[in-house]
Design a protein around this ligand. Structure first.
Ligand SMILES: *Cc1c(COP(=O)(O)O)cnc(C)c1O
Length: 395
């Protein structure tokens, strides 16, 4: 969808009251997305003087004692807040989630007598991001699709405990799934069950880019998870990778160090200069999240935010239409449509007048999308729900 035409705010009454005293808009952008206000204020200080060191975070060498502390504390926070067990490594890499679409098959798919897992890469194909991951994997080996959401416009997800999933995953080098589908607004309520009756399961890789740290994770069902930071964690470019040590041991060892998870792990994410600022922002964001009650509380807030918007959709007599089937609805990205494109554009426009921005859908699907990650204040969501109700009444 192209950007809406410039609006003339004088021509019509605002949908909801004006923005608040901070001068900031209420952003519903899918990413890079809002960060918590207290974190932003703290970061402004940290740019000037990090932890009383007399130099800012951007000026702090990555192998000095001050950054040693930043990195160690961030890893600790990932483990503590994320409930990550001790047999996983926590890595901070660069190149975003998309780079992991490349590194995962490069490190995991065996070929020509190399280490790695035998077999093909199996995909639970649930949207744009699994399509891109599958395309990258196909450059490095064979792929198979064990669920294909495309014929149904990615509106639904399979039942997580459907035995057909585990049966069709058998023999795969790894299974790739995406916990929250940012573009189409679906989210797995629980992790897919990929173990067969005898308890065996293939290696499992999960793209958690858009719902990491929004709810507790069943780490026993995952071997490698990654998340681009710009949705729930921090700045674009930085990516968090959580990987089981036993899997690292098993990975290919013929890759250049910069393309090797094992080499990154052996170097403690400091093979070269790591994304120091990104790591530090993640540190501040996770400390904030811990103060706010951790993942259980985050999950409750996410549910409350999403309910406000889905209720506004469901109470609109079909004026607003959610894209996802109710059972597959995302608590992070609410994707919906209005009666027609003109009114969708008018709504985006009038919301922008009121300081509610970033509501247009992904360019590949159009319509509307409200991204309501961890840092999105409830008050912003209340204003959006009110705008949806009022626009519908006035239509
Ligand atoms: C945003 C996103 C990506 C891509 O992230 P980049 O940092 O742009 O590579 C991949 N997967 C999911 C689920 C996403 O939301």
């Amino acid at each position: 969808m192209t950007a809406p035409p410039p609006s003339d705010p004088g021509a019509r009454p605002p949908l909801v009251g004006p923005r608040t005293g901070t001068g900031r808009v209420a952003s519903f952008a899918a990413g890079p997305a809002v960060l918590p206000e207290p974190v932003l204020r703290r970061l402004a200080e940290d740019l000037w003087d990090l932890d009383g060191s007399g130099a800012g975070i951007l000026e702090t060498p990555h192998r000095g004692a001050i950054f040693d502390h930043v990195l160690a504390e961030t890893v600790d926070l990932v483990r503590r807040v994320g409930g990550v067990p001790d047999d996983f490594e926590v890595l901070f890499l660069q190149g975003g989630a998309t780079m992991q679409f490349v590194l995962v098959p490069m490190n995991l798919l065996a070929a020509g007598g190399q280490a790695g897992n035998a077999g093909d890469a199996a995909f639970l194909h649930t949207g744009r991001w699994t399509a891109l991951a599958r395309r990258e994997a196909a450059r490095h080996g064979r792929v198979r699709t064990i669920f294909d959401g495309e014929p149904g416009d990615f509106r639904r997800l399979p039942a997580a405990d459907d035995p057909a999933l585990a049966a069709s995953a058998a023999g795969a080098a790894y299974v790739h799934w995406c916990s929250n589908n940012t573009v189409v607004g679906t989210q797995w309520p629980v992790a897919p069950v990929l173990a067969t009756a005898d308890g065996a399961r293939p290696t499992v890789v999960c793209d958690m880019s858009s719902d990491a740290f929004s709810r507790p994770v069943a780490w026993d069902a995952v071997d490698l998870a990654f998340a681009g930071a710009q949705k729930n964690l921090g700045p674009a470019g930085t990516v968090l990778v959580v990987v089981r040590r036993a899997l690292l041991e098993h990975m290919r060892d013929d890759r250049a160090p910069m393309l090797s998870y094992r080499a990154h792990a052996e170097a403690g994410s400091r093979l070269n200069t790591p994304p120091t600022f990104g790591i530090h922002v993640i540190r501040r964001v996770l400390a904030w999240l811990e103060d706010e009650g951790g993942l259980d509380a985050a999950a409750r807030r996410a549910e409350a935010r999403a309910s406000l918007l889905y209720d506004a959709i469901d109470a609109s007599d079909g004026f607003w239409r959610g894209h996802a089937e109710p059972a597959a609805r995302s608590r992070m990205n609410v994707v919906f449509r209005g009666p027609d494109e003109d009114r969708e554009r008018a709504f985006v426009d009038r919301c922008a007048d009121a300081g509610l921005v970033g509501l247009h859908g992904h360019r590949s699907v159009g319509g509307l999308r409200a991204s309501i990650y961890n840092a999105c204040p409830m008050a912003h969501v209340e204003r959006l729900a009110e705008a949806m109700r009022r626009f519908r009444r006035e239509a």
